[in-house]
Design a protein around this ligand. Structure first.
Ligand code: ATP
Length: 466
């Protein structure tokens, strides 16, 4: 039986116990508006931000700051305070609980925070002050804030930042600022030695990385994301280098050509329509019978959707990580495909509807397009839907199926695991190419995956697929 670590305290005049067992802290508090009725509070150690001893006003108090569930999906910050009886016992109890609460993660981290004031339709600053700041303060974390004042501002600062002064760089915006931070870090002279992790607060319109880290339900929840930054440990992710003409830059999410890129980028001016703009843009592209003829060359490691699925199942279903330490090694153990034997550049010429390569499983909320994407297998997942013998209705069905990833069972959807690819649109002067969700120049591009270049903060040490 697990050891119960108990501390006797007083709640008002009444003696009571704070007990900790099996990673759960539990105690009784009076029910609001019902003085004589108690309710049991149970808090998992990962939700405890800090336990401290308050000696002000000549009374010794144990103060517990925690993030507790509010309804099914939300979390809220709560403070509990009890009068301590024995100073020596309380100090040793507090040390034990704080150790259990943080495990491998560093306590009281110091962050460099970037807030994009135009991110998420101008809400990012309010999101930080109202939701993130109280949680960081309760966890005794400190921070220097930069409000970005132009495009590439975060990139320029990340490029020159004294990285030794911080435990993590935190982005309070959408995926665009994360893209900038990664590009700033990887264009430094000391890029090869960088190990500072990036923490993600979803405060933009596109928050795909946060959804990948925390799942479809929690990925846009700011308290979940703040907790993940406080309690998480670095998780390595692959980054792609993209060459377009003379330019070279880095992408951490996706490269997209075809109706999905058109649907996203061509409707950028219709942001007020929220998610509906993607539907509208994609339908327009479908009905407009646009042509996506291209030359696609790739270094294929795996070209059979069934085998790709099997490898994914081996990676994620054969072991269910129960702690941060165990899950941290899961990616290293299973994330790399054994004996990759890349074929020569395979060429796939022709017209199609979708040419979409990604390092991340979710491209947006409710769109699990790449359920086999792994953070650090050194490979890009490429999805191709060819035009041959496929109706427009079928294409619409495929798009709808992204919701529950059932498109992977449709024979028209082909997946490849590739180390590198080159895409050259043909018979077309203008069109849309989207890289990390932003419009890129309409030019041929070449992509290569670099394994484990960047660290992202994660509590679970893996992406979420649900
Ligand atoms: N003060 C600023 N004014 C204008 N643009 C800015 C400013 N600060 C940052 N940016 C730019 O805003 C872009 C969008 O940021 P980000 O993607 O993080 O937020 P978002 O709300 O998700 O935006 P989007 O809707 O474009 O995805 C970034 O690429 C960045 O270059």
């Amino acid at each position: 039986m697990a050891e119960i670590i108990q501390l006797e305290v007083k709640n008002g005049d009444k003696p009571t116990n704070l007990s900790f067992t099996d990673d759960i802290l539990s105690f009784e508090v009076e029910k609001k508006n019902f003085k004589s009725i108690n309710k049991l509070i149970s808090i998992h150690s990962r939700n405890i931000l800090s336990v401290t001893l308050d000696k002000s006003n000549d009374v010794l108090r144990v103060v517990i700051e925690a993030i507790v569930p509010k309804g099914k999906l939300k979390l809220k910050l709560k403070t509990y305070s009890f009068e301590a009886i024995d100073e020596e016992a309380v100090q040793s109890w507090i040390n034990t609980i704080n150790l259990a609460a943080y495990k491998d993660a560093k306590k009281a981290k110091h962050f460099k925070v970037f807030i994009n004031p135009i991110g998420g339709s101008g809400k990012a600053n309010k999101v930080f002050n109202k939701l993130v700041k109280p949680i960081f303060d309760a966890a005794k974390c400190t921070y220097d804030i930069t409000m970005t004042n132009r495009s590439n501002h975060a990139k320029e600062i990340a490029n020159k930042l004294d990285l030794k002064s911080y435990d993590a760089i935190v982005s309070v915006s959408g995926d665009g600022i994360i893209h900038e931070i990664i590009n700033g870090l990887l264009s430094r002279n000391d890029a090869a030695e960088i190990d500072i992790p990036i923490g993600v607060i979803p405060a933009g319109t596109g928050n795909a990385l946060s959804i990948c880290l925390l799942g479809n339900d929690h990925g846009i929840s700011v308290p979940h994301a703040a907790l993940n930054i406080i309690k998480g440990v670095p998780m390595k992710i692959d980054v792609c280098s993209v060459t377009q003409g003379d330019e070279r830059y880095f992408a951490f999410m996706s490269l997209n050509y075809g109706i999905l890129a058109d649907g996203d980028i061509s409707t950028d001016h219709l942001r007020w329509m929220k998610d509906f703009r993607f539907v509208l843009g994609t339908v327009q592209a479908l009905l407009g019978d646009r042509n996506y003829d291209c030359e696609l060359a790739m270094k294929v490691v795996e070209d059979n959707t069934e085998r790709i699925k099997q490898r994914y199942n081996n990676a994620y279903n054969s072991s269910s990580p129960s702690s941060v330490t165990k899950s941290k090694t899961l990616i290293d153990e299973y994330g790399t495909i054994n004996d990759p034997t890349p074929q020569e550049w395979t060429k796939l010429n022709g017209d199609g509807y979708i040419f979409f390569a990604s390092k991340v499983p979710w491209i947006s909320r409710n769109n699990l397009v790449f359920p086999f994407a792994l953070p650090s297998d050194g490979l890009l997942d490429l999805m191709v839907v060819k035009r041959d013998k496929i109706s427009k209705t079928k294409v619409a069905n495929i798009l709808q199926a992204f919701n529950d990833a059932s498109h992977v069972n449709m024979k028209e959807v082909i997946y490849y695991k590739v180390e590198a690819l080159r895409l050259k649109p043909i018979n077309k002067e203008n069109g849309y190419i989207s890289i990390d969700g932003e419009r890129a120049e309409f030019k041929p591009f070449q992509v290569e995956v670099h394994p484990k270049l960047i660290n992202i903060i994660s509590m679970d040490g893996k992406y979420s697929y649900s």
